[in-house]
Design a binder for this molecule. Structure first.
Ligand SMILES: [Zn+2]
Length: 300
């Protein structure tokens, strides 16, 4: 076959493949710099992560193309986010920031406000307050949240546990009980206009997540990592999605993969959501795209 024929067939395959999958917004993607890959790690199933930052980026970008992911909130260090944005020719990405404590990158409130004005931060998060031993209701976060409310910047806060044994190594202050979504309630009261979503939908506290969503109609959630990371979280999320559907709050649940070092997890998450027979085709379309488009105020 000549080169043009191969290119044409590849395009046709891509077209046919993505026709089967609705458009996706991924509300939970991570990007990294090379130092993050210095220590190789495996996931729950023994799969090795990407080799380095560049292969990780390429593998993640390939998954975006393959699975019709048209927008993604990316969080990482400011340097890793800059790198991905520079290589994002199709303008898929919305700039987030991975942050465990407000002083992590030496970003004081003046610089923070400037970064928001310069569109260097379009979503404040993933905020991993729990990893740093605080909750979003702690005083250190308040000046930043006030700025987010002022500029209508969405806030993305981690809920639920983290990587096994993290407290013994990189996040000594992490305690599971700090990641209960009920602990952000004061934030919802103090900043009623704040656009905010709870990442991982509360994980083990998915009933708390749902109860908060019922009481605070502005609150959204994402299902990042829960669909792939281990059987335990898949069970939490199956229960959460069933309950959210039964109670009528599925319209504020958003897809996220939270691929971390394992880009294969994007496909696995999509397949898992598609396999849930109690969700209708419309439910899945809403979770994959419509709910996030509304939350992000995307203009078509
Ligand atoms: Zn998280």
């Amino acid at each position: 076959m000549g080169k043009p024929t191969i290119v044409l067939l590849a395009l046709l395959h891509q077209f046919l493949f993505t026709q089967g999958q609705t458009k996706i917004i991924d509300m939970h993607i991570h990007c990294y710099t090379d130092d993050y890959f210095a220590k190789p790690s495996t996931d729950y199933y023994g799969n090795k992560g990407s080799l380095n930052a560049e292969t990780h980026r390429e593998e993640t970008f390939a998954a975006f193309r393959k699975f019709n992911i048209v927008k993604a909130v990316i969080s990482g260090t400011p340097a890793s986010v800059d790198n991905w944005i520079a290589k994002d020719s199709s303008h898929r990405f919305i700039r987030g920031i991975t942050i465990e404590s407000p002083d992590q990158y030496g970003i004081d409130t003046i610089r923070f406000e400037q970064m928001i004005r310069d569109k260097k931060i379009e979503v404040f998060g993933e905020i991993g307050a729990y990893y740093g031993g605080t909750t979003l209701s702690d005083s250190i976060w308040q000046p930043y949240l006030r700025i987010c409310e002022k500029y209508d910047i969405p806030v993305a806060v981690h809920t639920g546990g983290g990587d096994p044994g993290g407290t013994y190594s990189w996040s000594p202050n992490a305690r599971l009980h700090l990641s209960d979504p009920y602990l952000i309630e004061d934030v919802l009261i103090k900043y009623p206009k704040l656009r905010i979503y709870i990442m991982h939908s509360g994980e083990v506290w998915h009933e708390h997540a749902l109860r908060l969503m019922a009481y605070y109609p502005q609150l959204y959630s994402d299902i990042g990592a829960m669909l792939w990371v281990e059987p335990l979280t898949q069970r939490y999320m199956t229960d959460f999605l069933k309950n959210a559907k039964q109670a009528g709050y599925l319209n504020r649940v958003m897809f996220g993969s939270d691929q971390m070092k394992w880009p294969y997890a994007i496909k696995k998450s999509i397949d898992f959501l598609n396999s849930l027979v109690f969700l209708s085709k419309q439910d899945k379309q809403d979770i994959f795209y419509n709910n996030a488009a509304r939350f992000l105020k995307l203009k078509e």
